[in-house]
Design a binder for this molecule. Sequence first.
Ligand code: NAD
Length: 322
Amino acid sequence: MTKKVLVCGAGGFIGCHLVNRLVAEGCWVRGVDLKFPEFSETTAHDFVIGDLRNQSVVQAVVDCRFDEVYQLAADMGGAGYIFTGDHDADIMHNSATINLNIADACYKRNIKRIFYSSSACMYPAYNQEDPNNPNCAEDSAYPANPDSEYGWEKLFSERLYLSYNRNHGMECRIGRYHNIFGPQGTWTGGKEKAPAALCRKVAEADDPGVIDVWGDGSQTRSFLYIDECVEGTIRMLRSDCEVPVNIGSDEMISINNLVRMVASISGKQIEIRNIPGPEGVRGRNSDNTLIREKLGWAPEMPLKDGMARTYSWIAEQVANAR
Ligand code: NAD
């Protein structure tokens, strides 16, 4: 029988790629979002424009017993959005309300399987002060001390879904995403994240040129290409893994080295100017021990391959915008 799937946040970056993959697999997919995908037509069989903060919208969208629900909708953005403090009330209120509504509507339809997209931002800031040695093992989450309200909301919602599992026999699955990037992601306007912002800056720069980079550039991160994120997400939802698991790459790189990688992909000679700006924790890397153990799988694509695909898409957007 055809699987019926609901993707919440299907107009967003990850949601839109996830819908494509599920449709290609032969699932019947309904997407819901405040907006249609920005850079391509949705392939979802049904797409509802609706506000998931509104309980009656959620009840209307969750109108049958879906086999799988992927909950990706959230009020989010890059460092320029979540670390300035200016959007904290919106981030907490909007995302928590969405999750409260979806968990309950699924429970009342007897839907068991929900995938919830948490974030590495829920890990304690005190374990991410050394850029060369961050600790993001899943069991390091407590005592909790995320570095942003965005991270606190993720932690709250993880616990919400785990409570529904415990009290209502649901089988929610939680992935903690670490910096997902790729084509068709936000690349300008303030909500874009580091890989897209750096690709844009390099694509817009002269050759030779100079680009501004937030922080001293020695802060580290890992970045996961979108196709592997989608793969990990689907594997996680279909697994019997009851605990939250990292979905990320363990190829850690400093931000200045990421700029150098993008520059070499572009063929341009780029000088880096490090300037003050929101940068989040000093170091973060995915610890993939648990995902290997639980799913027998972990992401493996080299960062450079994903960055090359992303740079070429963003360079095209920049050229079209001129
Ligand atoms: P995105 O912003 O592109 O997608 C989120 C979507 O949710 C948007 O299309 C937005 O319109 C929608 N949305 C927001 N409020 C809504 C509402 N009230 N009703 C309906 N839809 C609403 O973000 P993304 O990068 O695709 O991320 C998807 C999920 O993964 C989010 O929950 C995010 O917090 C999580 N995550 C992403 C990353 C990453 O690097 N991209 C890292 C960690 C966690």
